[in-house]
Write a protein that binds this ligand. Structure first.
Ligand SMILES: O[C@H]1[C@H](O)[C@@H](O)[C@H](O)[C@@H](O)[C@H]1O
Length: 579
């Protein structure tokens, strides 16, 4: 059985030229282990010898953490153990979706159950926003906590928050108790939203890491769909919203129980110096792999662990923050990571997630929760489409299809709301013309909006970890996740007020404007990263956003993957390609 590791060289500055890149693929046909030795000798980008190749950077066939994982995964399918770990970690994605999703119908069915009066728009906003606020707070610290206490323990801690939050809400008879319960639940959501993709990315074989991360998004949007479905079913049940909240305890309990029997990630064990445990997890994950390769992987993780400077945790965190802001490629990664998360929130999707029940009621639909199911169902289905497209078509392309589509749908909604004519009297909305065909136009284009959203900006920002090199990944993704929750908080706490003050037409026009600006941001700042090694991402971001070069490189990498697959079982001397 031959395992072939391609040695790839490419231009130092990808912006220099997009067609002249020469790429060298060589397959070691004597011994796969020889390849391992060669790759592990250096982890860094190296200058090639002077002369013709002066301006080349040798990019190792692997990224900063995975040279052996290329070996390990090359000829191997995903193991059941990795599937179980991914499944259990993504329950956090489900809880994220369920807990942010049920509030839309709960707000309708809560009626006068809290303080014996109908909730005002302001109170509805506080109840909704409390979860985003809680999530914002914990997402800031979750990256660091995961390094100190472990990913698994953080996830278990989030389970505890989910339980406390749910119990406080289920027993709530006052507005404030409900808001506090939502806040505590938010603590759990914030931790889970960061740790789950991080956990998956650390245990996933490199070759399918992107897709496994989208699985978390699938669970997330699936969780929202289930919440809407249950919400619709419990709409007319007395205290139905309490059952809706209580149901969230089921997945929490499942995740907690499973985590009791599962290990943490190999990277975490290496950080804690427990190399035996790290090898054990790797061995269970890569069942066909030799002891020697497992040892190399552990060795490599140890090296990476030492690459974070600092004698103690606070010093290491501080140095990481410094490095995140002072290294130009890291700073660009931060701009992209936070920028995409901000766009995801400020283009208004969650105003629909949180308040679609209220919006559809406003335009005259009786069973508004049922309509909301169609919207979140569209979100789920198009996340599935993104799952298949994200590597094939590319992240940048799906973003540049999704965002203009969203802009168009938002403009149509703004026009339709304008002609529908809505006024507000403090706790409810009055439609001037009664239910009309404009109401149908609004529903249709909200569904179109959902489809374009899920295809691109709903999914791509959660690929954030690929933007950052390993030593700043935790803090970088914490910043990006916190941006997500800050945006979610702003939307949740202002949307209904916005509807009242600048009208629904104005609110949708505002989102359309932001969506249009986002197209410009992505067009100029978001390079194509599909199929690129993490080292290459750093190279791309080194002296600019290098869009043109990134597209050329991504295309080339795709062709190489096909080529290497063709060569898999036919050892060759050396393949030199000029694409
Ligand atoms: O990616 C997710 C997804 O798009 C959800 O539908 C949305 O509610 C979240 O805020 C977002 O982060």
């Amino acid at each position: 059985m031959g395992i072939h590791i391609p040695y790839i060289t490419s231009k130092a500055s990808p912006s220099n030229d997009s067609d002249g890149d020469s790429v060298v693929l060589s397959n070691d046909h004597e011994s796969p282990m020889k390849s391992v030795k060669l790759t592990s000798e250096t982890h860094e980008i190296q200058r090639a010898p002077a002369g013709d190749e002066e301006d080349r950077i040798q990019i190792k066939p692997v990224n900063d953490e995975d040279d052996t994982s290329v070996m390990i995964t090359f000829n191997q399918s995903i193991s059941p153990f990795i599937i179980i770990l991914t499944f259990v970690a993504s329950i956090s994605g489900f809880l994220f979706g369920y807990d942010t999703g049920y509030i839309s119908s709960a707000l309708i069915s809560i009626g006068t159950d809290l303080d014996n009066k109908v909730l005002t728009y302001g109170e509805k906003e506080i109840i909704t926003a409390a979860t985003s606020l809680g999530a914002l707070i914990t997402s800031i610290f979750a990256g660091t906590a995961a390094d100190i206490y472990g990913r698994k323990r953080c996830l278990m801690g989030s389970n505890l928050m989910f339980v406390i939050g749910a119990v406080v809400q289920v027993s709530a008879h006052t507005f404030w108790q409900m808001a506090i319960g939502r806040l505590v639940m938010g603590f759990g959501v914030g931790i889970g939203s960061l740790i789950s993709p991080l956990f998956i990315s650390e245990i996933a074989p490199k070759m399918i890491r992107g897709r496994l991360t989208v699985i978390n998004s699938l669970w997330l949007t699936g969780g929202q769909l289930v919440a809407y479905g249950c919400g619709a079913g419990l709409n007319y049940v007395n205290n139905g919203w309490r059952i809706l909240v209580g149901l969230s305890l089921v997945p929490t309990a499942v995740q907690f129980t499973c985590l009791c029997f599962l290990p943490d990630t190999p990277r975490y064990y290496v950080m804690k110096g427990d190399l035996k445990k790290a090898s054990e997890v790797l061995r269970r994950s890569y069942t066909d792999t030799s002891e020697e390769i497992i040892d190399r992987k552990v060795e490599e993780l140890v090296k990476l662990n030492h690459s974070i400077p600092g004698k103690n945790v606070p010093e290491r965190v501080w140095n990481t923050i410094k490095e995140l802001h002072t290294v130009p490629s890291n700073l660009r990664a931060l701009v992209i990571g936070c920028g995409l998360q901000a766009i995801q929130q400020f283009t208004g999707w969650n105003s629909l997630m949180y308040f679609s029940g209220t919006i559809f009621e406003t335009v005259g639909f009786k069973n508004s929760s049922a309509v909301s199911i169609i919207v979140s169902g569209t979100n789920f289905i198009f996340t599935l489409v993104a799952f298949f497209c994200i590597d094939k078509i590319g992240r940048r392309t799906i973003l540049l299809i999704g965002l203009p589509g969203m802009t168009m749908a938002l403009v149509v909604c703004a026009i339709a709301f304008h002609y529908l004519g809505i006024s507000f009297d403090g706790t409810s909305a009055v439609v001037a013309s009664g239910f009309s065909s404009w109401g149908i136009v609004i529903i249709i284009f909200i569904i179109v909006f959902a489809a374009f959203y899920a295809l691109g900006i709903g999914t791509v920002p959660w690929q954030q970890s690929e933007l950052f090199p390993q030593n700043v990944r935790g803090v970088g993704t914490s910043y990006a996740t916190a941006t997500n929750w800050a945006g979610s908080l702003v939307i949740a706490s202002t949307f209904l007020t916005m509807l009242q003050n600048i009208t629904p037409a104005g609110s949708f026009a505002f989102f359309a404007g932001l969506s249009c600006l986002s197209v410009v941001f992505c067009y100029f700042c978001y390079p194509e990263l599909s199929g690129l090694e993490l080292e290459e991402v750093q190279t791309i971001l080194k002296d600019g956003f290098n869009i043109k070069a990134s597209k050329a490189l991504a295309k080339k990498r795709k062709q190489q993957v096909v080529r290497v697959q063709q060569l898999k079982y036919e050892p060759t001397e050396e393949v030199i390609e000029d694409i």
